[in-house]
Design a binder for this molecule. Sequence first.
Ligand SMILES: [Zn+2]
Ligand SMILES: [Zn+2]
Length: 266
Amino acid sequence: MTLSITHLGSGSGGNATLLSTPESKILIDCGFSGRQLEHRLGLIEMKPTDLDAILVSHFHGDHSKGAVIANKKWDIPLMMNFQTCDRLGLDPVNECKLFESLDLIAMGPDLSILPVPVNHGEADNVGFIASHLGERAAVVTDLGSWSDELARHLEGCVHISIEANYDSKRLWEGPYPDRLKQRITGRGGHLSNRQTAELLSHVVTNKTRSIVLCHLSAQNNAPHLAESEVLLEIDDFFEGDISISTQEGPEFSHYLGQAEPEKVAI
Ligand SMILES: [Zn+2]
Ligand SMILES: [Zn+2]
């Protein structure tokens, strides 16, 4: 009995993460076109109609665009909070099922999901903590700062997927307009590599077996920068696997209930 966590792709061009148990198959976010979703699921021998639901973290298109398409095209149920539903212009009765932060959602006999609020400007964003047979996995992206509450939920997770959006030096020396730089670095923007490293240094325990850094900015970050900044903080006590999820996926899966990560055969 395992829960597999597979990023179908991550970044401002689209995000989707598959959580799969023997009884439940759900996507966290879908920012890909219907064709891309079909293609990426096909690479791991799945099809969109295998999905039980798509949980949408917030209304930004890189997380929600494909979810709405998948609902219309394949009738896959959508779940989100009220503000996300409202911002997407969906009917909260007929077009999606609403959840509330910190209310546990039972997805099936072997999977439950806890939405945890995170700071992301005007978007009422949530991270997701999945529970499977007593173990937990986190998928958290798009937050400008982290709270003690979020840290409490991440602590003890066997798997943590967390954004490491930008390298501060690259962002500030880069070509973005000042207002955009301020928005990205503000409390409602995105986590820098440094912030992610600090958060992980507080929450990684000897239970943590795998970390995926995701939603890296193509302009303002690079995999080696994110990984080295994080390792600087946690290398002394973290003995698990650390990977980077890129825009092109799926590249690998991680598992609860099984120690070693596996490459996806594509
Ligand atoms: Zn995003
Ligand atoms: Zn966002």
